[in-house]
Design a binder for this molecule. Structure first.
Ligand code: ATP
Length: 202
């Protein structure tokens, strides 16, 4: 899955619409302290469905919205769009018809997040599964934040296994298995209820 472009609008320090074109061979972003390098990586995680405010270095998810400065007022919403080049048709089957896939996440103060995939409203889970099936996503080991390498060296075996599973592309299968187990449990409860009702009628 090749990322083509990241468009930020009102996200953290990127108050004005800003495009990051991700060209072939881009491996890093350099710039002075505080210019917004980490914010770019966080925007990428966020649009892929990251839901932990701590991963965004904030206390709550609304902290990703531009908070205002002495010269500019705070914004009421933030939006990030990720455009994926799908000309090689590597995307999961559900969205694999188009040459490009636009994923949009928008957060509005007091109204939470909304997602769109190619202009159609989607759930957070749809976006998360799309990336999990493509072996990437908000928790992808391919996105390396500051301090992560030393965390990995000191990690417990279970945490390391999760990283290997992400890389092997099976984390989507785990999520699906968990959902299937929940459905199975629900079906078993319903069956017990039906048995009880039949017993009462007999
Ligand atoms: P360093 O090299 O020091 O790690 P960096 O280039 O990674 O810095 P970031 O951490 O991405 O920089 O950006 C920090 C800047 O983003 C700070 O100036 C901070 O005030 C600003 N910022 C973070 N959240 C918001 C927000 N919600 N509204 C406005 N500005 C924000």
């Amino acid at each position: 899955m090749k990322f083509d472009r990241l468009r930020l609008n009102g996200f953290k320090s990127f108050v004005d619409p800003t495009d990051l074109v991700i060209r072939e061979g881009l491996t890093g972003v350099v710039g002075p302290n505080g210019c917004g390098k980490s914010n770019l990586l966080e925007a990428l995680r966020w649009v892929m469905g990251e839901n932990r405010p701590s991963a965004m270095r904030g206390g709550g998810m609304e902290d990703v919205i531009f908070a205002g400065t002495s010269r500019r007022g705070a914004r009421a919403h933030a939006e990030v769009m990720l455009t994926i080049d799908n000309r090689e048709r590597l995307a999961p089957a559900t969205v694999n018809e188009a040459d490009g896939i636009d994923i949009v996440r928008r957060i509005t103060r007091d109204a939470g997040s909304a997602y769109k995939i190619n202009g159609k409203e989607a759930r957070a889970r749809d976006v998360q599964m799309l990336f999990a099936d493509a072996s990437t996503g908000a928790h992808s080991p391919a996105l390396v934040r500051q301090g992560q390498i030393s965390e990995l060296i000191n990690a417990k075996p279970k945490a390391r296994r999760r990283i290997l599973e992400e890389a092997a592309g099976i984390s989507g299968l785990y999520a699906r298995r968990h959902e299937a187990e929940l459905k199975l449990n629900g079906a078993e409860t319903n069956l017990t209820r039906v048995d009880d009702t039949l017993d009462q009628l007999a």
